[in-house]
Design a protein. Structure first.
Length: 44
């Protein structure tokens, strides 16, 4: 599902803000989710 959302959302975001900002947005999103998994994920 994430790939499908990226496939349709990335060009729209890139058209509005540029590809450089789109990559930054996805990078920030990736860091936020990695942090959430680190904080709330299973410790086993």
């Amino acid at each position: 599902m994430g790939t499908a959302i990226s496939t349709f959302a990335a060009p729209i975001i890139a058209e509005a803000f540029g590809w450089r900002m789109t990559i930054r947005f996805y990078l920030i999103l990736l860091i936020v989710f990695a942090l959430l998994v680190f904080l709330f994920g299973d410790r086993k």
